[in-house]
Design a protein around this ligand. Sequence first.
Ligand SMILES: *Cc1c(COP(=O)(O)O)cnc(C)c1O
Length: 391
Amino acid sequence: MSEHEIPLSRPDLSALEEELLILTLRSGRLSIGPMQEEFERLVAQEAGCSHGVAVSSGTAGLHLALLALGIGPGDEVITTPFSFIASANVIRYVGAKPVFVDICPKSLNADPAAIEAAVTEHTKAILAVETFGNPQHMDEYARLAAKLEIPLIEDCCEALGTTYRGRPCGSFGRVGVFGFYPNKQITTGEGGMIVTDDERLADACRSLRNQGRPIATAPGGPGGAMNTGAWLEHERVGYNYRLSELNAAIGVAQMRRFKTIIERRRMVADLYMQRLMGVPEVVLPTVDPEAKMSWFVYVVRLSTEFATEERDRVINGMRIHEIGCAPYFPCIHLQPAYRDLGHRPGQFPIAESVSGRTIALPFHGRMTEREIDLVAQTLELMISRESLHRG
Ligand SMILES: *Cc1c(COP(=O)(O)O)cnc(C)c1O
Protein backbone atom coordinates (compact mmCIF):
# COMPACT_ATOMS: atom_id res chain seq x y z
CA MET A 1 0.00 0.00 0.00
CA SER A 2 1.49 3.34 -0.97
CA GLU A 3 0.82 6.54 0.95
CA HIS A 4 -1.15 7.90 -1.99
CA GLU A 5 -3.56 5.04 -2.06
CA ILE A 6 -7.21 5.69 -1.23
CA PRO A 7 -8.44 2.38 0.18
CA LEU A 8 -11.88 0.95 -0.51
CA SER A 9 -12.57 0.99 3.22
CA ARG A 10 -10.83 1.57 6.53
CA PRO A 11 -11.91 0.96 10.11
CA ASP A 12 -12.52 3.99 12.35
CA LEU A 13 -10.31 3.25 15.37
CA SER A 14 -9.13 5.48 18.22
CA ALA A 15 -7.21 5.49 21.51
CA LEU A 16 -10.31 4.10 23.26
CA GLU A 17 -10.11 0.82 21.32
CA GLU A 18 -6.43 0.49 22.29
CA GLU A 19 -7.19 1.29 25.91
CA LEU A 20 -9.98 -1.29 26.32
CA LEU A 21 -8.00 -3.88 24.38
CA ILE A 22 -4.96 -3.54 26.68
CA LEU A 23 -7.14 -3.45 29.78
CA THR A 24 -8.76 -6.71 28.70
CA LEU A 25 -5.45 -8.31 27.83
CA ARG A 26 -4.06 -7.42 31.26
CA SER A 27 -7.20 -8.71 33.02
CA GLY A 28 -6.24 -12.23 31.95
CA ARG A 29 -9.85 -13.01 31.05
CA LEU A 30 -9.74 -13.61 27.33
CA SER A 31 -13.02 -15.40 26.64
CA ILE A 32 -16.60 -15.29 28.02
CA GLY A 33 -16.39 -12.26 30.26
CA PRO A 34 -17.59 -8.73 30.92
CA MET A 35 -16.63 -7.32 27.51
CA GLN A 36 -18.81 -9.81 25.65
CA GLU A 37 -21.70 -9.02 27.98
CA GLU A 38 -21.31 -5.26 27.56
CA PHE A 39 -20.94 -5.53 23.80
CA GLU A 40 -24.10 -7.64 23.60
CA ARG A 41 -26.01 -5.09 25.63
CA LEU A 42 -24.84 -2.13 23.51
CA VAL A 43 -25.58 -3.71 20.12
CA ALA A 44 -28.98 -5.11 21.21
CA GLN A 45 -29.90 -1.64 22.46
CA GLU A 46 -28.89 0.00 19.17
CA ALA A 47 -31.00 -2.57 17.29
CA GLY A 48 -33.99 -2.11 19.59
CA CYS A 49 -33.92 -5.77 20.68
CA SER A 50 -33.91 -7.30 24.15
CA HIS A 51 -31.21 -9.93 23.49
CA GLY A 52 -27.78 -9.88 21.88
CA VAL A 53 -25.66 -12.99 21.36
CA ALA A 54 -22.08 -12.23 20.32
CA VAL A 55 -20.52 -14.67 17.86
CA SER A 56 -17.29 -15.06 15.93
CA SER A 57 -18.65 -13.67 12.63
CA GLY A 58 -21.79 -12.53 10.88
CA THR A 59 -21.79 -15.77 8.93
CA ALA A 60 -21.62 -17.82 12.14
CA GLY A 61 -24.50 -15.78 13.54
CA LEU A 62 -26.69 -16.45 10.50
CA HIS A 63 -25.81 -20.14 10.65
CA LEU A 64 -26.92 -20.33 14.29
CA ALA A 65 -30.10 -18.32 13.61
CA LEU A 66 -31.15 -20.85 10.95
CA LEU A 67 -30.30 -23.80 13.21
CA ALA A 68 -32.15 -22.30 16.17
CA LEU A 69 -35.22 -21.81 13.96
CA GLY A 70 -35.08 -25.49 13.03
CA ILE A 71 -34.48 -24.93 9.32
CA GLY A 72 -32.94 -27.95 7.62
CA PRO A 73 -32.98 -30.40 4.71
CA GLY A 74 -36.08 -30.23 2.50
CA ASP A 75 -36.83 -26.63 3.55
CA GLU A 76 -36.78 -23.64 1.22
CA VAL A 77 -35.64 -20.17 2.26
CA ILE A 78 -36.43 -17.22 -0.01
CA THR A 79 -33.59 -14.74 -0.39
CA THR A 80 -31.86 -12.26 -2.69
CA PRO A 81 -29.27 -13.19 -5.33
CA PHE A 82 -27.78 -9.68 -5.05
CA SER A 83 -25.81 -9.78 -1.80
CA PHE A 84 -22.56 -10.87 -0.27
CA ILE A 85 -22.49 -14.64 -0.73
CA ALA A 86 -22.68 -15.48 3.00
CA SER A 87 -26.41 -14.67 3.12
CA ALA A 88 -27.14 -17.58 0.77
CA ASN A 89 -24.33 -19.89 1.91
CA VAL A 90 -25.79 -20.21 5.41
CA ILE A 91 -29.00 -21.63 3.94
CA ARG A 92 -26.90 -24.34 2.32
CA TYR A 93 -24.94 -24.99 5.55
CA VAL A 94 -28.13 -26.35 7.15
CA GLY A 95 -29.05 -28.40 4.07
CA ALA A 96 -31.95 -26.16 3.02
CA LYS A 97 -32.47 -24.70 -0.46
CA PRO A 98 -31.96 -21.00 -1.21
CA VAL A 99 -34.80 -19.82 -3.45
CA PHE A 100 -33.67 -16.62 -5.17
CA VAL A 101 -35.98 -13.86 -6.36
CA ASP A 102 -35.21 -10.78 -8.44
CA ILE A 103 -34.61 -7.40 -6.86
CA CYS A 104 -36.30 -4.01 -6.98
CA PRO A 105 -34.24 -1.70 -9.25
CA LYS A 106 -34.37 1.21 -6.82
CA SER A 107 -33.74 -0.31 -3.40
CA LEU A 108 -31.67 -3.20 -4.83
CA ASN A 109 -33.36 -5.42 -2.23
CA ALA A 110 -35.52 -8.48 -2.95
CA ASP A 111 -38.79 -7.49 -4.64
CA PRO A 112 -41.61 -8.14 -2.12
CA ALA A 113 -44.02 -9.22 -4.88
CA ALA A 114 -41.43 -11.69 -6.22
CA ILE A 115 -41.02 -13.13 -2.73
CA GLU A 116 -44.74 -13.70 -2.43
CA ALA A 117 -44.81 -15.38 -5.85
CA ALA A 118 -41.97 -17.75 -4.86
CA VAL A 119 -43.69 -19.16 -1.78
CA THR A 120 -44.35 -22.92 -1.81
CA GLU A 121 -45.44 -25.41 0.83
CA HIS A 122 -41.74 -25.95 1.58
CA THR A 123 -40.99 -22.27 2.32
CA LYS A 124 -39.75 -22.11 5.91
CA ALA A 125 -38.37 -18.58 6.13
CA ILE A 126 -37.55 -15.35 4.33
CA LEU A 127 -33.91 -14.32 4.67
CA ALA A 128 -33.82 -10.62 3.81
CA VAL A 129 -30.76 -8.43 3.39
CA GLU A 130 -30.43 -4.65 3.63
CA THR A 131 -28.19 -4.60 0.58
CA PHE A 132 -25.60 -1.81 0.87
CA GLY A 133 -27.40 -0.94 4.10
CA ASN A 134 -30.63 0.15 2.40
CA PRO A 135 -33.56 -0.80 4.68
CA GLN A 136 -36.37 -0.33 2.18
CA HIS A 137 -39.14 -3.02 2.20
CA MET A 138 -38.10 -4.39 5.61
CA ASP A 139 -41.53 -3.62 7.04
CA GLU A 140 -43.18 -5.23 4.01
CA TYR A 141 -41.09 -8.40 4.43
CA ALA A 142 -42.07 -8.52 8.11
CA ARG A 143 -45.77 -8.19 7.25
CA LEU A 144 -45.51 -10.85 4.55
CA ALA A 145 -43.69 -13.26 6.88
CA ALA A 146 -46.34 -12.71 9.55
CA LYS A 147 -49.09 -13.40 7.01
CA LEU A 148 -47.36 -16.63 5.92
CA GLU A 149 -46.62 -17.55 9.57
CA ILE A 150 -42.94 -18.08 8.84
CA PRO A 151 -39.99 -16.26 10.40
CA LEU A 152 -38.23 -13.30 8.81
CA ILE A 153 -34.46 -13.63 9.25
CA GLU A 154 -32.90 -10.20 8.90
CA ASP A 155 -29.35 -10.28 7.60
CA CYS A 156 -28.63 -6.76 8.81
CA CYS A 157 -24.85 -7.21 8.50
CA GLU A 158 -24.74 -4.02 6.41
CA ALA A 159 -27.18 -1.91 8.38
CA LEU A 160 -26.15 -1.35 12.02
CA GLY A 161 -27.39 2.11 13.04
CA THR A 162 -29.85 2.49 10.15
CA THR A 163 -33.53 3.10 10.83
CA TYR A 164 -36.56 2.74 8.57
CA ARG A 165 -39.79 4.57 9.46
CA GLY A 166 -38.17 5.21 12.85
CA ARG A 167 -37.52 1.52 13.50
CA PRO A 168 -33.92 0.28 13.86
CA CYS A 169 -32.52 -2.38 11.54
CA GLY A 170 -32.16 -5.63 13.41
CA SER A 171 -35.66 -5.29 14.87
CA PHE A 172 -37.65 -6.21 11.76
CA GLY A 173 -36.98 -9.95 11.82
CA ARG A 174 -37.75 -12.68 14.35
CA VAL A 175 -33.98 -12.64 14.49
CA GLY A 176 -31.37 -10.27 13.07
CA VAL A 177 -27.65 -10.74 12.53
CA PHE A 178 -24.88 -8.13 12.37
CA GLY A 179 -21.32 -8.61 11.16
CA PHE A 180 -18.20 -6.79 12.33
CA TYR A 181 -15.61 -7.48 9.65
CA PRO A 182 -13.31 -4.44 9.25
CA ASN A 183 -15.29 -2.95 6.34
CA LYS A 184 -18.57 -2.73 8.28
CA GLN A 185 -19.89 0.33 10.13
CA ILE A 186 -18.14 -0.94 13.28
CA THR A 187 -15.57 -3.69 13.57
CA THR A 188 -14.22 -6.17 16.09
CA GLY A 189 -11.64 -7.51 13.62
CA GLU A 190 -13.87 -10.52 13.12
CA GLY A 191 -17.19 -10.87 14.86
CA GLY A 192 -20.95 -10.89 14.71
CA MET A 193 -24.08 -10.44 16.81
CA ILE A 194 -27.44 -12.17 16.83
CA VAL A 195 -30.28 -9.92 18.06
CA THR A 196 -33.83 -10.96 18.92
CA ASP A 197 -36.71 -10.35 21.31
CA ASP A 198 -37.27 -14.11 21.57
CA GLU A 199 -35.57 -15.31 24.74
CA ARG A 200 -35.75 -19.02 23.85
CA LEU A 201 -34.20 -18.37 20.47
CA ALA A 202 -31.44 -16.30 22.09
CA ASP A 203 -30.76 -19.08 24.61
CA ALA A 204 -30.61 -21.69 21.84
CA CYS A 205 -28.04 -19.53 20.03
CA ARG A 206 -26.05 -19.02 23.26
CA SER A 207 -25.85 -22.77 23.72
CA LEU A 208 -25.06 -23.49 20.06
CA ARG A 209 -22.18 -20.98 19.96
CA ASN A 210 -20.63 -22.62 23.03
CA GLN A 211 -20.38 -26.30 22.03
CA GLY A 212 -24.00 -27.00 22.97
CA ARG A 213 -23.36 -26.37 26.66
CA PRO A 214 -26.24 -25.48 28.97
CA ILE A 215 -26.43 -21.67 28.87
CA ALA A 216 -25.68 -20.97 32.51
CA THR A 217 -22.13 -22.32 32.32
CA ALA A 218 -19.23 -19.92 32.29
CA PRO A 219 -15.61 -20.91 32.70
CA GLY A 220 -15.07 -18.68 35.77
CA GLY A 221 -12.06 -18.82 38.07
CA PRO A 222 -11.16 -21.54 40.53
CA GLY A 223 -14.35 -23.41 41.35
CA GLY A 224 -16.02 -21.98 38.22
CA ALA A 225 -17.98 -24.09 35.80
CA MET A 226 -14.86 -25.03 33.82
CA ASN A 227 -13.75 -27.07 36.82
CA THR A 228 -17.12 -28.70 37.39
CA GLY A 229 -19.24 -31.15 35.46
CA ALA A 230 -21.34 -28.49 33.75
CA TRP A 231 -18.51 -27.26 31.49
CA LEU A 232 -18.25 -30.75 30.07
CA GLU A 233 -21.96 -31.30 29.61
CA HIS A 234 -23.27 -30.87 26.08
CA GLU A 235 -27.02 -30.78 25.49
CA ARG A 236 -26.71 -30.68 21.71
CA VAL A 237 -24.09 -30.75 19.00
CA GLY A 238 -22.90 -27.16 19.08
CA TYR A 239 -20.10 -25.10 17.63
CA ASN A 240 -17.29 -22.92 18.82
CA TYR A 241 -18.61 -19.65 17.48
CA ARG A 242 -17.65 -17.59 20.54
CA LEU A 243 -16.28 -14.06 20.30
CA SER A 244 -13.12 -13.53 22.36
CA GLU A 245 -12.95 -10.82 25.03
CA LEU A 246 -10.27 -9.06 22.98
CA ASN A 247 -12.59 -8.74 19.98
CA ALA A 248 -15.50 -7.77 22.23
CA ALA A 249 -13.37 -5.04 23.87
CA ILE A 250 -12.82 -3.42 20.47
CA GLY A 251 -16.56 -3.69 19.88
CA VAL A 252 -17.40 -1.99 23.18
CA ALA A 253 -15.11 0.92 22.30
CA GLN A 254 -16.66 1.15 18.82
CA MET A 255 -20.18 1.21 20.28
CA ARG A 256 -19.24 3.92 22.79
CA ARG A 257 -18.08 6.01 19.82
CA PHE A 258 -20.96 4.90 17.61
CA LYS A 259 -22.66 8.30 17.13
CA THR A 260 -19.42 9.90 15.95
CA ILE A 261 -18.56 6.99 13.67
CA ILE A 262 -21.98 7.10 11.97
CA GLU A 263 -22.07 10.90 11.69
CA ARG A 264 -18.78 10.86 9.83
CA ARG A 265 -20.05 8.22 7.42
CA ARG A 266 -23.18 10.26 6.75
CA MET A 267 -21.06 13.32 5.98
CA VAL A 268 -18.89 11.40 3.51
CA ALA A 269 -21.98 9.95 1.78
CA ASP A 270 -23.47 13.47 1.53
CA LEU A 271 -20.26 14.82 0.01
CA TYR A 272 -20.19 12.05 -2.59
CA MET A 273 -23.79 12.76 -3.47
CA GLN A 274 -23.17 16.49 -3.90
CA ARG A 275 -20.05 15.83 -5.93
CA LEU A 276 -21.54 13.17 -8.26
CA MET A 277 -25.10 14.42 -8.58
CA GLY A 278 -24.35 16.22 -11.84
CA VAL A 279 -22.62 13.32 -13.61
CA PRO A 280 -25.19 11.97 -16.09
CA GLU A 281 -23.51 8.56 -16.61
CA VAL A 282 -23.60 7.76 -12.88
CA VAL A 283 -26.66 6.46 -11.03
CA LEU A 284 -26.40 7.33 -7.32
CA PRO A 285 -27.78 5.14 -4.53
CA THR A 286 -31.47 5.83 -3.91
CA VAL A 287 -32.31 6.63 -0.33
CA ASP A 288 -35.93 6.24 0.69
CA PRO A 289 -37.06 9.41 2.52
CA GLU A 290 -38.20 7.14 5.37
CA ALA A 291 -34.68 5.73 5.81
CA LYS A 292 -31.94 7.17 7.98
CA MET A 293 -28.86 5.40 6.68
CA SER A 294 -25.68 4.60 8.58
CA TRP A 295 -23.95 3.85 5.25
CA PHE A 296 -22.09 0.55 4.79
CA VAL A 297 -20.58 1.35 1.40
CA TYR A 298 -21.03 3.96 -1.29
CA VAL A 299 -21.97 2.07 -4.45
CA VAL A 300 -22.83 3.89 -7.65
CA ARG A 301 -23.64 2.34 -10.99
CA LEU A 302 -23.03 3.29 -14.56
CA SER A 303 -26.11 4.03 -16.65
CA THR A 304 -27.66 1.26 -18.77
CA GLU A 305 -25.71 2.05 -21.96
CA PHE A 306 -22.52 0.78 -20.27
CA ALA A 307 -21.54 -2.86 -20.67
CA THR A 308 -19.95 -4.93 -17.91
CA GLU A 309 -16.55 -4.91 -19.71
CA GLU A 310 -16.65 -1.12 -19.73
CA ARG A 311 -17.46 -1.05 -16.02
CA ASP A 312 -14.57 -3.43 -15.39
CA ARG A 313 -12.19 -1.15 -17.33
CA VAL A 314 -13.37 1.84 -15.29
CA ILE A 315 -12.62 -0.09 -12.08
CA ASN A 316 -9.20 -1.13 -13.36
CA GLY A 317 -8.44 2.45 -14.37
CA MET A 318 -9.36 3.65 -10.88
CA ARG A 319 -7.13 0.99 -9.33
CA ILE A 320 -4.20 2.06 -11.53
CA HIS A 321 -4.69 5.52 -10.01
CA GLU A 322 -4.45 3.84 -6.57
CA ILE A 323 -8.13 4.27 -5.83
CA GLY A 324 -9.71 1.16 -4.31
CA CYS A 325 -12.91 0.15 -6.13
CA ALA A 326 -14.88 -3.09 -6.38
CA PRO A 327 -17.74 -4.59 -8.42
CA TYR A 328 -20.21 -5.13 -5.53
CA PHE A 329 -21.68 -7.79 -5.92
CA PRO A 330 -21.47 -10.50 -8.55
CA CYS A 331 -24.84 -12.31 -8.49
CA ILE A 332 -24.81 -15.27 -6.11
CA HIS A 333 -26.83 -17.59 -8.38
CA LEU A 334 -24.14 -17.28 -11.09
CA GLN A 335 -21.18 -17.99 -8.77
CA PRO A 336 -19.20 -21.17 -9.58
CA ALA A 337 -20.04 -22.47 -6.10
CA TYR A 338 -23.73 -22.37 -7.03
CA ARG A 339 -23.45 -24.19 -10.35
CA ASP A 340 -24.93 -27.36 -8.88
CA LEU A 341 -28.23 -25.55 -8.28
CA GLY A 342 -28.74 -25.18 -12.04
CA HIS A 343 -29.24 -21.43 -12.33
CA ARG A 344 -28.83 -19.67 -15.67
CA PRO A 345 -27.89 -16.14 -16.76
CA GLY A 346 -31.05 -14.19 -17.50
CA GLN A 347 -32.99 -15.74 -14.65
CA PHE A 348 -32.98 -12.57 -12.52
CA PRO A 349 -32.60 -9.81 -15.12
CA ILE A 350 -32.68 -6.81 -12.78
CA ALA A 351 -30.13 -8.24 -10.35
CA GLU A 352 -27.87 -9.26 -13.25
CA SER A 353 -28.15 -5.91 -15.04
CA VAL A 354 -27.42 -3.92 -11.86
CA SER A 355 -24.61 -6.25 -10.82
CA GLY A 356 -22.83 -5.72 -14.15
CA ARG A 357 -22.71 -1.95 -13.72
CA THR A 358 -21.96 -1.28 -10.05
CA ILE A 359 -18.84 0.36 -8.68
CA ALA A 360 -18.18 0.50 -4.93
CA LEU A 361 -16.17 3.69 -4.34
CA PRO A 362 -13.69 4.19 -1.48
CA PHE A 363 -15.79 4.81 1.61
CA HIS A 364 -14.99 5.33 5.28
CA GLY A 365 -15.64 7.99 7.88
CA ARG A 366 -12.18 9.51 7.82
CA MET A 367 -12.15 10.39 4.13
CA THR A 368 -11.24 14.00 3.43
CA GLU A 369 -13.02 16.29 0.99
CA ARG A 370 -9.87 16.29 -1.10
CA GLU A 371 -9.92 12.49 -1.36
CA ILE A 372 -13.61 12.46 -2.26
CA ASP A 373 -12.93 15.04 -4.93
CA LEU A 374 -10.05 13.02 -6.32
CA VAL A 375 -12.20 9.88 -6.48
CA ALA A 376 -15.01 11.74 -8.25
CA GLN A 377 -12.64 13.41 -10.73
CA THR A 378 -10.90 10.15 -11.57
CA LEU A 379 -14.24 8.38 -11.98
CA GLU A 380 -15.42 11.05 -14.42
CA LEU A 381 -12.16 10.77 -16.32
CA MET A 382 -12.40 6.98 -16.62
CA ILE A 383 -16.03 7.21 -17.75
CA SER A 384 -15.24 9.81 -20.42
CA ARG A 385 -12.45 7.55 -21.70
CA GLU A 386 -14.98 4.73 -22.16
CA SER A 387 -17.36 7.09 -23.96
CA LEU A 388 -14.53 8.19 -26.28
CA HIS A 389 -13.68 4.55 -27.06
CA ARG A 390 -17.19 4.02 -28.18
CA GLY A 391 -17.05 7.12 -30.40
C1 LIG B 1 -20.52 -8.98 5.86
C2 LIG B 1 -21.75 -9.73 5.55
C3 LIG B 1 -21.98 -11.01 6.07
C4 LIG B 1 -20.96 -11.83 6.78
O1 LIG B 1 -20.28 -11.26 7.79
P1 LIG B 1 -18.89 -11.90 8.26
O2 LIG B 1 -18.74 -11.29 9.58
O3 LIG B 1 -17.86 -11.48 7.28
O4 LIG B 1 -19.06 -13.38 8.33
C5 LIG B 1 -23.20 -11.62 5.81
N1 LIG B 1 -24.12 -11.03 5.05
C6 LIG B 1 -23.92 -9.82 4.51
C7 LIG B 1 -25.00 -9.24 3.67
C8 LIG B 1 -22.72 -9.14 4.72
O5 LIG B 1 -22.51 -7.95 4.15
